[in-house]
Design a protein. Structure first.
Length: 143
């Protein structure tokens, strides 16, 4: 009788472990995470898979990456990102280098006319210094 009780406990324990493992397997992502993009200089934004390398064509308009922030419940695009055509081609071909990530990457705030190379540390620091209207620090939003 004791052996039957022990066997029952072992069966329940093994079943619990199997259920946890199977449950964990279902939560493993099978695609790349999403990112935010915009086609109208940050006035609006949308989600797409992060395999898209900006700039790219989206429904007939040029899309660039959008970094979205939130202040007091309101979401907004803090800055935009794109790659030069040469860096983008290398990244898409799987031949991107750290140099492409630095000198081939460009940033700007919505409304600004000039894109700043990410190798320009002073310019990038200014672009990425996002503040709330009340002077507070915004929280970056992930899709």
């Amino acid at each position: 009788m004791a052996a039957g009780i022990v066997a029952s406990f072992v069966a329940v324990a093994v079943g619990a472990v199997v259920m946890q493992v199977l449950g964990a397997r279902q939560r493993i992502p099978t695609s790349l995470p999403k990112s935010f993009f915009t086609v109208d200089d940050g006035k609006t934004f949308f989600e797409l898979g992060s395999e898209n390398v900006a700039p790219f064509d989206h429904k007939g308009k040029q899309a660039v990456a959008a970094y979205v922030f939130e202040c007091n419940g309101k979401r907004f695009v803090g800055y935009l990102e794109r790659y030069t055509s040469e860096a983008r081609q290398r990244i898409i071909a799987g031949k991107g280098t750290p140099k492409d990530q630095i000198s081939g990457r460009e940033l700007k705030r919505p409304g600004d006319a000039t894109w700043i190379k990410s190798s320009d540390l002073a310019g990038v620091t200014k672009v990425a210094a996002i503040k709330c209207a009340d002077g507070g620090t915004p929280e970056q939003v992930e899709p």
